[in-house]
Write a protein that binds this ligand. Structure first.
Ligand code: PEP
Length: 253
């Protein structure tokens, strides 16, 4: 049985003070949540302050990115071991904003994923098609290609530690959410791919989150799908009420 994960991606939002207050609100309410794992991924400069607030609670700390080199002359980058030092549990890798705005490739994501796993971090590896790719009927090919590239070379044991996030680019921050059926079809494809590339046990274990305009009013329908194991949430994760409105969508499953 896969335990759902609801992860908030705060992107490049909030002041330090706002981040701390939001973390306090989430920490306070997290004790009521027994049916899902919770994570928050603040901007890296707030990881330390937010981490101090949620320490000792069940809310996991996540980063939004990391670099694959362990240290060195890489101005502006942050290593995985630095994230471990800050007691991060998760790291989002290959978010579409990093792929499409900052030019990150599957190969970059793959190197980062391997390093994150070596360090004991849980990588949340994002994949998803653009609107043009969906309209051209290329969704399955794009998503499976991104998975093959981003997750290349991982052992079955490593793969079981990875969380995949299916995030159609056209649904991120746009208010256009995939229908539960559209999302479920891709999630089921991804699970079949895991079974083919690895085995049934891996396919049954890996959590596949949906991301893209998840809100309290559409969360339950998405999260009730057989192969949707949680959500990666952007905009609606910036307020405790809407974040927990989404968590409530997990129900008592
Ligand atoms: C995201 O940041 O991964 C995301 C899905 O954003 P939003 O929920 O705002 O669409």
């Amino acid at each position: 049985m896969r335990r759902p994960l609801i992860a908030g991606n705060w992107k490049m939002h909030l002041t330090r003070q706002e981040a701390v207050v939001l973390a306090q609100q989430i920490a306070q309410r997290s004790g009521d949540t027994t049916t899902a794992d919770l994570a928050i991924c603040p901007p890296s400069v707030y990881l330390d302050a937010v981490g101090a607030v949620i320490r000792g609670t069940d809310v996991g700390l996540g980063a939004q990115n990391m670099y694959f080199e362990p240290n060195g002359a890489f101005t502006g980058e942050i290593s995985g071991s630095m994230l471990v030092d800050l007691q991060c549990r998760y790291v989002i890798l290959g978010h579409s904003e990093r792929r499409h705005i900052l030019g990150e490739t599957d190969e970059d994501v793959n190197r980062k994923t391997a390093v994150a796993l070596e360090l004991g971090l849980v990588p949340i590896v994002c994949v998803g098609e653009t609107l043009a790719e969906r309209e051209a009927g290329k969704t399955a090919a794009v998503v499976s290609g991104q998975c093959a590239g981003s997750l290349a070379g991982l052992s079955a044991e490593q793969m079981q530690q990875v969380v995949i996030a299916y995030e159609p680019v056209w649904a991120i921050g746009t208010g256009k959410v995939a229908t539960p059926e559209q999302a479920e079809a891709v999630h089921a494809d991804l699970r079949r791919l895991l079974e083919t590339r690895y085995n049934a046990a891996v396919a049954e274990t890996v959590r596949i989150l949906y991301g893209g305009s998840v809100k309290p009013d559409n969360a339950a329908a998405l999260l009730s799908q057989k192969n949707i194991d949680g959500a990666l949430v952007g905009g609606a994760a910036l307020k405790a009420d809407s974040f927990f409105g989404i968590v409530a969508g997990v129900g008592d499953a």
